[in-house]
Design a protein around this ligand. Sequence first.
Ligand code: NAG
Length: 274
Amino acid sequence: MKLSLPAIGLAALAAATPVTLDTRQQTTGNGPFGPAHYYTNGNLNGHTFFAPRNIPAGAKLPVMVWGNGACSADSLGQGNFLLQLASHGVLVIVSGTPRGGGSTNADMMRRAIDFISREAGRGQFAQVDASRIHAAGFSCGGTEAYQQINDQRVSSIGIWSSGLLGGYDQARSFRKPVFFFLGGPSDIAYGNGERDYNYMPGGTPKWKGNLNVGHGGTYHEYNGGKFGTIGARWVEWVMRGNTTAGQFLTGNGARADGWQVVSQDLQNLNINPI
Ligand SMILES: *[C@@H]1O[C@H](CO)[C@@H](O)[C@H](O)[C@H]1NC(C)=O
């Protein structure tokens, strides 16, 4: 099944992304696998890899494919945030190139999944575990992630300041865990994300947090700000199976940071630690 997304809504989300390159201070992440860096690879044109530099022998990296805000092909748009996540032990493959122009689409994200499914376990990607691929994105990029939900290689979805822009009933048949990170009522995607969360069927694990910062989030702040803090714990929990990190999202950690959190059926989320 392909999700249908009217183009008019994408334009609205595109217009609401305010961060410019000049305001970004590049950081490298403060996680145990850090520092993180980014690079391109000629075997996967049009994409950027955000990876930790410090991967202990024997350690494995899950994978997150990421769509940028505004479906922009500039892979540095959420660079600070993505470096923070990578430093906590995940290989991130972003649609787009550093300071690249133009737009991305869901097909590019699928090509990243194809690539890493083929290359994991050898060469430069010897420590990558392609049985743990997660699709996520910010705003318009979140709608690209949704379009991977029926791909059997994808384990879960991360919706960051986003939600379905049409075909809302599709959320009623989501059978994979979805994590929503929204910017509160002033976030242009708030209504869509809220609706998707509410429409999801019982039995499917779901988690939703709202931080009242609006649509722009904190992606560009030092180490991705509060979105980077919770994103790091999400990586450790949902991608690496660390239930202690999960308690940040479900317990006092997120609340102390200002997140308003609800969740359902998380008991059905069982991830083996790696
Ligand atoms: C699990 O997550 C917690 C909280 O982030 C962290 O302190 C701890 O080191 C992690 N454990 C492992 C084995 O990665």
